[in-house]
Design a protein around this ligand. Structure first.
Ligand code: SF4
Ligand code: MG
Length: 337
């Protein structure tokens, strides 16, 4: 099937007073039409920068796309679009949902106006047609009394309802690609589940492809078909949800899976964080970026950054343990080994 997105060897840096931060260091992945891809990893791993670069939402300067390609819908090279072209693509073909809707909703404008404005701008329809469409979309995102809700301001909505409004605004332009950056992180657990259900339903009903950025593996399991695990600006492992959960290959993925509370335990059970912290992206290590935290690190890991080893057509990981000469290690039980 056709690709909505083909990202190849993307490198993004930030120029700061302290020097150049290499936030994204050679990321490649494909997303097919109608698929949901999850990007997971700790904060600072480059997942948000990757997503915002796809939408060209990071101002340049300070960000610089150093190299690589982002092909959208098999025709548009995003890295070469003008700001004006991007504005039109963002409003009509790509939509974004952020963690905190309050930062992206306009507090001084009614919710109805915020949805109809987008519709009118991109579809050249009349105010009354746009109004009817907006009410339809609010219904679609599970809003009761959508007519009444149209006249309310963002502060009159709860956190979960505001996230539904954000999704409604993103959906109003019938995007081909929807990027959701930590869409449920700011919400409490029950509301999180409702928003995930909603996004799942919409991904099935609309033809939109979705990239969901999250540190929550529960969200991944619920929503996605494909997963990429990012670490220190690179893809550590990629695979289908089943491959990642049942046959994870990268020690960092093992660590992530261990840091998830098990469903059969109390919800307040302690997470087991991965000891240590990610490397300094001002001066990334020459070898494997995870080596300093990896219990399996070998000399080769310190010397040479591993390429991706192919596990299956859909599954690969950047770890020397997959080399045929590497010692066999015992996988942690929690990681499906
Ligand atoms: Fe650990 Fe080496 Fe694999 Fe990196 S390449 S994750 S240091 S075993
Ligand atoms: Mg982020």
């Amino acid at each position: 099937s056709k690709h909505i997105l083909q990202v190849k060897d993307l490198r993004v840096s930030f120029n700061t007073y302290a020097g150049e931060v290499q936030a994204v260091r050679g990321v490649s992945f494909d997303l097919k039409k109608g698929e949901v891809l999850a990007i997971v990893g700790e904060s600072g791993c480059g997942k948000s920068v990757t997503a915002q670069t796809i939408m060209r939402l990071i101002p340049s300067p300070p960000s610089v796309i150093k190299s690589g390609s982002i092909k959208f819908d098999e025709k548009t090279e995003i890295t070469r679009c003008s700001n004006k072209e991007m504005e039109s693509i963002r409003g009509s073909e790509m939509g974004m949902i952020f963690q905190d809707p309050m930062t992206s909703l306009n507090p001084t404008m009614t919710v109805g106006k915020q949805i109809t404005e987008g519709l009118m701008k991109h579809e050249h329809i009349s105010n009354s047609t746009a109004r009817l469409r907006a009410i339809e979309i609010l219904k679609q995102v599970g809003m009761s009394n959508p007519e009444g809700r149209m006249n309310q301001y963002p502060h009159e909505f709860s956190g979960g309802m505001r996230q539904r409004v954000m999704i409604a605004i993103a959906l109003a332009c019938s995007p081909k690609l929807l990027i959701a950056d930590e869409p449920t992180t700011a919400l409490d657990v029950t509301i999180q589940a409702q928003i995930i259900d909603l996004m799942k339903k919409l991904s099935e009903e609309t033809e939109a492809s979705i990239i969901v950025i999250t540190h929550d593996l529960g969200v991944v399991a619920e929503m996605a078909q494909q997963v990429i695990v990012m670490y220190a600006g690179k893809v550590a492992e990629r695979g289908t949800v089943n491959e990642l959960f049942y046959e994870p290959q990268h020690p960092y993925t093992w660590g992530l899976l261990r840091s998830v509370p098990r469903l059969d335990q109390d919800t307040d059970s302690e997470l087991v964080p991965i000891p240590g912290s990610p490397p300094d992206l001002f001066a990334p290590p020459k070898g494997c970026a995870f080596a300093a935290r990896c219990p399996y690190a070998m000399q080769v890991c310190l010397d040479i950054d591993p390429e991706h080893f192919v596990v299956s057509e859909t599954h690969s990981a950047a770890c020397w343990l997959l080399h045929h000469d590497a010692p066999k290690v015992d996988r942690p039980k929690e990681a499906g080994g």
